[in-house]
Design a binder for this molecule. Structure first.
Ligand code: ADP
Ligand code: MG
Length: 619
């Protein structure tokens, strides 16, 4: 028995925590609509107008009917004494519909403005997060936050707030009218209220937990589908479709199980809330009939029953409101969590702490230690020291998985070294301004990542006003593409620089993409150029083209180059070759020197030479 109470206590604590989480969420949601306060006022005014005209309708119906009954009893129906009340009824109905429609429209406007604001804030917050955050989050989950949760918050919250306020005002005005008609009857009707509210509250909490779990399960399923669909060629090549389908199905199964539980709860809740109002109606008719017998006017009983119906539907709406609001708040909590997440690494140094842009581009890593994992883990870089004088070309070579790309990532400020210094011209890289730094230090990665837009926009990616290229931009772009050996093939295309590479029919080869990526790096006129296996994914001809583009740049000597290459033939001419092994530079020097030494570098070369004939025989 004691185990059970412990479990209950734990649940209690969890619930309290969730409640506490929800309260600031509501405040944050309110802050989201604060800039639109005139619209909020408009919505409130319309809300009250609509509610008042709505509550007049049953009143006039009651009046009309009782006029008809009395006139019928007196035989004066020919003079149509009910004309006046019917006109009043029509006017009330017209006002009610116009006010309600305007109220709804105002809420749509409010909701979409809030949703736009929320999405923008979420995106901006995500775009600022540390790269390690993206390493550890699934893209699918982030997109589901971005799409589904935002949608839920925007749609549900505004819809719910609209419905909630409408219902509350409706309840209050209806109650006022009911009290006015008969206080006794109103008290009788009111017994159902606490019961309905208590049930809604209990149900809402259970629903919230279930909904959170089911949303999580759905996000997991979506992540599986997304991963598979985005790598379909690989899935097909390994005939993994049935396996992937099974995986997706399993996740969907988890989701379905949770939804089934939700459905079961719904049965209990709904049957109770549907039954209660009818019980109350019966009670009121019973008691009201007694009063009518005692001489109360019948029009009162008639209006009253109509009001009771309004009240009943209002309360059941309130019950629905509670549970769907709880769902929306769950989504909002997750969205605000992400919005509030502060990245460890600020993009820009603190105000006043920034230094001028790098000068000539001398790169130095001093005894750098780094691990991708937070906390204790095995270090990827273990005291790596690398010295690259300005204008030099230095090659990093070594077996894969030993930290070469990690060096580049640290230089691109994607991560921060745990120990040691990473400097350019003697200044810590983190002291430079974000945009300036990344203009000066440019990268060409192994796989060119281009975006679904025009070639020009891809080259000017991240620079000022890429949407409206100026003349100066054009000249810079041409200069960069010419040096990257890309100009000729681009102008050879039907739409040239305006070719949209997301479009069908615009197919670029790996080598062409890579040359665009090189142009993208060059258009910034970098001081430091980082080339991470920029040619290793290419066929021989593309590699030759790209390599000659790189060679031109290197021979101009205007830029410091750090080059990672798999094929050692491409690094021979570097000023210096550094062998990276076990997260350290174990050997460095010019090619001939290292060959003469006959140590680590020599072994790598030997290894490649002996592998080369084998490779050829495969071709
Ligand atoms: P190289 O470029 O020399 O092949 P890397 O620098 O890419 O080596 O990788 C060095 C080590 O760091 C490898 O063991 C790799 O698994 C690990 N690693 C690389 N990137 C990440 C990452 N984003 N998160 C966690 N570990 C990583
Ligand atoms: Mg690498």
């Amino acid at each position: 028995a004691s185990g059970r109470t412990e479990q209950e206590e734990e649940e209690q604590r969890k619930k309290e925590k969730e409640d506490a989480e929800r309260r600031p969420t509501i405040r944050k949601l309110l802050m989201l609509v604060r800039p639109d306060w005139p619209l909020v006022i408009q919505a409130c005014v319309l809300l009250i107008c609509a509610a008042v005209s709505e509550v007049l309708i049953p009143h006039f119906i009651g009046e009309t009917v009782s006029v008809i009954i009395t006139a019928g009893e007196k035989g004066t129906l020919a003079s149509r004494p009910f004309k006046g009340p019917v006109v009043k009824l029509l006017i009330a109905a017209a006002c009610c519909s116009v006010f309600s429609a305007c109220r709804g429209a105002t809420f749509i406007l409010l909701g979409s403005r809030a949703s736009v604001r929320l999405r923008q804030r979420l995106f901006d917050s995500l775009a600022k997060q540390d790269i390690s955050f993206f390493d550890s989050s699934k893209t699918g989950e982030l997109t589901s936050r971005m799409t589904q949760d935002c949608q839920k918050v925007a749609d549900q919250v505004t819809l719910n707030v609209n419905v909630f306020l409408r219902t509350m005002v409706q309840i209050v005005t209806t109650l006022v009218f009911m009290f006015h008609l008969s206080a006794q009857l109103t008290w009788v009707a009111f017994v159902s209220v606490p019961a309905i509210i208590a049930i809604s509250k209990k149900y809402g909490k259970v629903m919230q937990t279930l909904s959170k779990e089911s949303q999580k399960a759905l996000a997991e399923a979506n992540a599986v589908a997304e991963e598979c669909l985005s790598s379909m060629p690989t899935v097909r090549s390994f005939a993994a479709e049935p396996f992937e389908s099974q995986r997706f199905g399993d996740k969907l199964g988890d989701y379905y199980k949770l939804m089934r539980r939700q459905a079961a709860f719904y049965i209990v809740y709904l049957s109770l809330t549907l039954m209660l109002p009818n019980g109350v109606a019966a009670l009121v008719l019973f008691y009201g009939g007694k009063l009518a017998m005692e001489g109360h006017p019948t029009s009162v009983l008639l209006s009253f029953v109509l009001y009771l119906q309004t009240l009943n539907s209002a309360f059941s709406t309130l019950g629905d409101f509670y549970s769907s609001m709880v769902q929306a708040l769950g989504a909002a909590t997750r969205v605000f969590e992400l919005i509030g997440q502060v990245p460890e690494l600020a993009l820009d140094p603190p105000e006043g702490g920034a230094v001028d842009s790098p000068g000539r581009g001398a790169v130095r890593l001093e005894d750098v230690r780094f691990s991708y994992e937070k906390g204790p883990g095995t270090d990827v870089l273990r005291g790596l020291t690398l010295d690259v004088p300005a204008g030099n070309v230095v090659a990093l070579v070594g077996p894969s998985g030993n930290g070469k790309t990690t060096v580049i990532a640290l230089l691109k400020r994607l991560y921060r070294a745990r120990e040691g210094r990473v400097t350019i011209d003697g200044e810590d890289v983190w002291n430079f301004k974000h945009r300036e730094y990344h203009r000066v230090v440019s990268i060409v990665g192994q796989e060119p990542v281009l975006f679904a837009r025009t070639i020009r926009e891809n080259i000017l990616f991240g620079l000022e006003n890429p949407g409206q290229p100026s003349q100066a931009d054009d000249e810079a772009v041409f200069k960069a593409t010419k040096r990257a050996n890309a100009h000729d093939f681009i102008v050879g295309m039907t739409k040239g620089y305006d070719a949209d590479i997301s479009q069908r029919g615009v197919k670029l080869s790996g080598g062409q993409k890579q040359r665009i990526a090189i142009a993208r790096a060059l258009v910034r006129r970098p001081k430091v150029l980082l080339l991470d296996e920029a040619t290793s994914a290419l066929d021989a001809e593309s590699e030759r083209q790209v390599q000659s583009a790189i060679d031109t740049m290197i021979s101009e000597g205007q830029v410091t180059v750090i080059l990672i290459a798999h094929r050692l033939s491409t690094v021979k001419n570097s000023h210096k070759i550094c062998v990276v092994q076990g997260g350290k530079v174990v050997e460095e020097g010019p090619h001939d020197e290292l060959i003469a030494k006959g140590s680590a570098y020599f072994k790598l070369v030997q290894c490649q030479l002996s592998a080369a004939p084998a490779q050829h025989s495969h071709l």
